[in-house]
Design a binder for this molecule. Structure first.
Ligand SMILES: Cc1cc2nc3c(=O)[nH]c(=O)nc-3n(C[C@H](O)[C@H](O)[C@H](O)COP(=O)(O)O)c2cc1C
Length: 225
């Protein structure tokens, strides 16, 4: 089971009372079901410590062969945020108005009311840019293979979204395509690829969200046994 050369230690695990388990399950679901993608942010500041806590939570994620193939850049500098907005809006104009998006994709986005203007990129007090590391780099400069990079970084992002929501903040999973401009603006190496751009902050007082719903659970779950 374990490589005898790999040190192990006892798992820290407390078996909870069944009632406590049920109440934790309910509480988390009730909290998470109120999460929405927010596209209108207040400019109110958010302490750096909260962003750090959300990043620490994301960094607890499992990853293929424990490679932890992610890098997070947390931006609050208004000049850098403005540069990101300008570059993202140029890409989004190509997407929405320049013919880059297939009609079918534009039709799928129509109910969300999204478009090329991205004020959240300067309104939100923080932009957290998640990079996926397509390979690692050893001290001697040689490549280290990473495994299940997309799955690993996706799980870390899910934990980040949950942490942000749990602490009473809002975010948006933003993926302007292509996102290579983020390497240039944030001075990240080419073996890191932008994965998701998360504005984080409080929703604007007049924030509206699309009136959409999740599919019924029965449509997406099959029980066996
Ligand atoms: C991988 C991924 C990429 C997304 N990219 C964008 C995006 O670029 N812009 C945007 O406005 N919303 C984006 N979204 C948000 C989705 O539109 C949103 O999650 C979906 O409509 C469901 O709404 P909810 O998050 O409020 O439940 C993205 C979501 C995911 C998971």
């Amino acid at each position: 089971m374990h490589d005898p050369d790999t040190p192990v230690r006892p798992l820290e695990f407390t078996r909870l009372d069944p009632d406590v388990m049920a109440s934790h399950a309910r509480e988390l679901f009730e909290r998470m079901r109120s999460r929405r993608s927010v596209r209108d942010f207040s400019t109110d500041p958010v302490p750096r410590a909260l962003i750090e806590a959300a990043l620490a939570t994301a960094h607890t994620a499992p990853s293929g062969a424990n490679r932890q193939p992610w890098h997070f850049v947390a931006v609050s500098d208004p000049t850098v945020k403005a540069a990101i907005r300008e570059a993202a809006e140029a890409e989004e104009r190509e997407f929405y108005e320049g013919g880059r998006a297939p009609d079918e994709w534009l039709e799928a986005l129509a109910p969300l009311g999204t478009g090329p203007s991205k004020p959240h990129l300067t309104d939100a007090p923080w932009l957290v840019v998640v990079f996926k590391e397509v390979h690692g780099v050893a001290a001697d400069g040689s490549k280290i293979t990473n495994y299940y990079v997309n799955e690993s970084v996706g799980i870390a992002c899910g934990l980040f979204i949950a942490a942000v929501h749990w602490m009473g903040l809002a975010t948006l999973t933003h993926t302007p395509q292509p996102m290579r401009f983020l390497n240039r603006i944030l001075d990240r190496p080419t073996h890191e690829r932008p994965y998701i751009l998360f504005p984080v902050g409080f929703p604007a007082a007049d924030c509206r969200v699309p009136a959409i719903a999740k599919k019924p659970l029965d449509d997406v779950v099959t029980w066996v046994g």
